[in-house]
Design a protein around this ligand. Sequence first.
Ligand SMILES: [Ca+2]
Length: 294
Amino acid sequence: MSLYGESFHLNYCSKNSLFISMLASIIVFILLSISSLSQAETIYFSDDFESGNFSKWASRNPNVTIQSDRVHKGTKAIHIPYDLEAIGPDHQDNNRHVIADLTSKNLSHFFLHGCFNISSSVAPPRVYSPTTRRKLFYIFSEDYYRQGRWDIILGALGGEKGKTGDIYPLSITIGSNYYPNYSDLRTGASFASGLIKVDQWHCLELEAKLNTPNVSDGLVRVWLDGVLVYERLNISIRSDNRALGVIQVGTQIDRSGDSEERHEDRYWDDIIISDTINSSLRPSPPTQVNAQQE
Ligand SMILES: [Ca+2]
């Protein structure tokens, strides 16, 4: 009897432990699932150009083409050529880009990702000061032609031949084109000098959290190839509640102060707008943080 009783007790305890163990596993699975769901990236826009068309874009310059010679991922990316001839006024822009309309998303906190490659196939222009400016991302509150709204420009400087024949290193720039007095980006900044190499793919990520109107609680962060290279916290970007409207990718090469020609080929792939870091576009894992803070 007692033997049966012990056996029953052991059997009962064993089943009870098994049940508790299974219950614990289920709870852990549910918690992990909830955690995983809460960390999932929400994609608002993406194009890897593998479709071979521009159907996701609101518009594009006719010089922008989809090609397969130089790609970041897959078999397709876009090519944007820039050409400024040695004629005309000293200050000239050559604007070529693709444009995405995000107005309906009403985004006030977003991450813009994109991978680019600047070709060395075109010789640097023979100028003796670093005055070639490039817009890479041009972000607006709304339509480009309605000025007076907030904007964020991520660009690049450099690449010209100096007096000694050396090429000025490329750096990243950030600023606001409209220079409204409420924008803390109006003074601009240049950083990450020398980290961008021609004929190499680089992935840029820009995080923008738009401030509450009249409160300096916005932020901007920039990562280059997974490394944080710029951070500004507690800033004002906008003066009203207009959210993200339009992004231009590519946009521009310009000159100012000389009449030399400019020619450049750039390639873009994997454009993503989402609500968090996109780990698929990062080398694994980031090994250093070298952020400029202001
Ligand atoms: Ca692609």
